[in-house]
Design a protein around this ligand. Structure first.
Ligand SMILES: [Zn+2]
Length: 280
């Protein structure tokens, strides 16, 4: 984890150096922002007036992440995969009163994926349906955490090395039946490979879930929550503070999985967003 941190410091130094050469307003301590892509499952970056205290930004009634980048406040807004295309609004309450910021959500053609799993993982028994409903409430609870301070970075290295499928957002067809789109990144790695916290956070919840298998949720601050699924082992406990590089558990194939891999989910203002946009 040392190399990404060193790269981060180098990028910041470069940004400050650039500001000494041109007379641009981005002076001071910059923030590592994600790549912007205003599509369903993407991220919109909105620069706001930097004077005064941190503005309160809401999207779909969920508080959005705001960080200081140089002389600006910057809202980093997650766009749900279910968001309609076209104009989208966020509300901003700041030093100069309340206002609405509009932006455009463009189309993104996500692919479709056909997968074969055990029949009981598609046509759920009454007991399993009840279990999944309870788990949905628990997941919602984990995603709705809001803590300070802000994440140490919005550039998150891969939690495990390995090839990643670019299947975020793809329509999922299990045993011929259409299900929810894929809301994370899958990274293939052998069972037992260590899963490392990409940046510092607090363990919000851990447990065994019907679809997600053994799972860890991390709260990184200001509504950025990450999720690690299908683990063969969990090595952290709720409430534990973890530094970047801490071992969270090991890769496995618990829950609904066709082979050993890590499912890595990132949620901003309770919307699953594409982890690819956050890679360094
Ligand atoms: Zn997955």
């Amino acid at each position: 984890m040392i190399a990404p941190i060193r790269n981060r410091i180098a990028r910041r130094a470069l940004r400050v150096a650039a500001c000494l050469m041109c007379v641009c307003p981005v002076a001071g301590f910059g923030f590592d922002l994600p790549q912007e892509n205003a599509v369903p499952g993407g991220v919109k970056i909105i620069r706001l007036d930097g004077s005064g205290s941190m503005p309160y930004v809401e999207s779909d009634d969920h508080r959005a992440l705001v960080v200081q980048d140089g002389v600006y406040w910057v809202a980093v807004v997650g766009i749900p995969l279910s968001a309609p295309l076209g104009i989208r609004h966020v509300s901003v309450r700041g030093a100069n009163g309340a206002t609405t910021v509009d932006f455009f959500v463009a189309d993104k053609r996500y692919t479709s994926q056909s997968l074969k799993v055990a029949p009981a993982q598609v046509d759920l028994s009454a007991a399993d349906l009840a279990r999944v409903a309870d788990e949905r409430v628990r997941i919602d609870h984990a995603l709705s955490h809001w803590t300070e301070p802000p994440p140490e970075s919005l550039r998150l290295p891969q939690p495990v090395p390995g090839p990643r499928s670019s299947s975020f957002g793809s329509r999922r067809i299990f045993n011929g039946q259409s299900r929810n789109p894929h809301s994370g990144m899958d990274i293939a790695a052998p069972t037992g490979t260590a899963v490392l916290a990409p940046i510092a956070g607090t363990v919000v919840d851990t447990g065994g879930y019907f679809f997600n298998g053994n799972t860890v949720f991390l709260d990184h601050g200001r509504g950025l929550i990450s999720m690690y699924c299908h683990l063969s082992a969990i090595d952290v406990t709720p409430g534990q503070r973890v530094a970047a590089g801490t071992r969270l558990g090991a890769v496995g194939m618990t829950g609904r999985a066709t082979g050993p891999h890590l499912h890595w989910g990132l949620s901003l203002n309770r919307a699953w967003v594409d982890p690819e946009l956050f890679l360094p």
